[in-house]
Ligand binder design. Structure first.
Ligand code: ADP
Ligand code: MG
Length: 249
């Protein structure tokens, strides 16, 4: 488990002109060890940009990201993208082995993770033989098999049908309660955020800033029921915060 602290993250992209387009502005973020924080915001507000900076895939123009703690000498961070991003020429098992130390005996570990994500017996299939939901399950297994201290997820279920997505949310919560890694989960779905989050951070339209915090952890103990009517109230508050952040009444 690890703590993540980001301070004053600002990032602009070149605009094809002398001016630059600012994607995120002065974002401060403090995620406690083992906490699950959801970030919601309208599309284009800089959610992916922020996650890329947190992951170290992109460098900010200003600000710092600090990850401390973890179970090894260095904190391990995993990233689940919006699309599965599997190696198409490798089997499902090879996709998982790819992120592991080659010297280890990985067979039992890989098979164990395939079972945990509901894909027992599918290790010899290629990604194209799986549904999009199954591929995203492989992506989740690939992220978790390395025992991350920090898990970053970028709208991982938004391309799935609602039935599959709702199953995978519940499965993610079960895995998280077992692994207790620190999670930053980006979504544009306020109901999803209400179900998953200890805290919801609401971003304004671009350049994104964090404009409000909502604490489902105070209202809803875990384990949570996806059909709990209180989720709607939290979701309604999140939508109101999104509207306020966008300057609407
Ligand atoms: P979100 O994930 O919230 O939809 P993004 O972080 O993808 O938002 O994008 C934030 C803003 O930065 C958008 O205006 C987008 O067009 C711009 N942007 C994102 N990536 C790039 C890039 N590689 N080059 C130029 N502009 C980008
Ligand atoms: Mg995005």
């Amino acid at each position: 488990m690890a703590e993540l602290i980001a301070r004053g993250i600002t990032k602009s992209y070149p605009n094809g002109t002398a001016t630059e387009r600012r994607a995120i502005a002065s974002v401060d973020l403090h995620v406690a060890s083992g906490e699950l924080v959801c970030i919601i915001g309208p599309s284009g507000c800089g959610k992916t940009t922020l996650l890329n900076v947190l992951a170290g895939l992109d460098s900010p123009d200003a600000g710092t990201v600090e990850i401390t703690g973890g179970h090894g000498p260095k904190p391990v961070t995993s990233y689940v993208f919006q699309e599965p991003r599997l190696l198409p020429w490798s089997t499902v098992s090879s996709n998982l082995r790819f992120v592991l130390d080659a010297r280890r005996d990985t067979r039992t570990l890989v098979d164990g993770w395939l079972e945990r994500v509901g894909l027992a017996g599918r290790g010899d299939d290629y990604p194209r033989q799986l549904s999009i939901g199954q591929r995203q399950r492989v992506a989740v297994a690939r992220a978790l098999i390395v025992q991350p201290d920090v898990l970053l997820m970028d709208e991982p279920f938004s391309a799935l049908d609602e039935l599959t997505a709702s199953r995978m949310r519940v499965e993610l919560l079960a895995l998280w309660s077992e692994l207790r890694c620190t999670v930053v989960f980006v979504t544009h779905n306020p109901l999803e955020a209400a179900l998953l989050a200890d805290r919801i951070l609401v971003m304004s339209p671009g350049p994104g800033r964090i404009v409000q915090e909502i604490r489902p952890a105070d209202a809803l103990p875990r384990p949570r029921d996806p059909d709990d009517a209180r989720l709607w109230e939290l979701s309604r508050r999140a939508v109101a915060a999104l509207r306020a952040g966008a300057g609407e009444r």
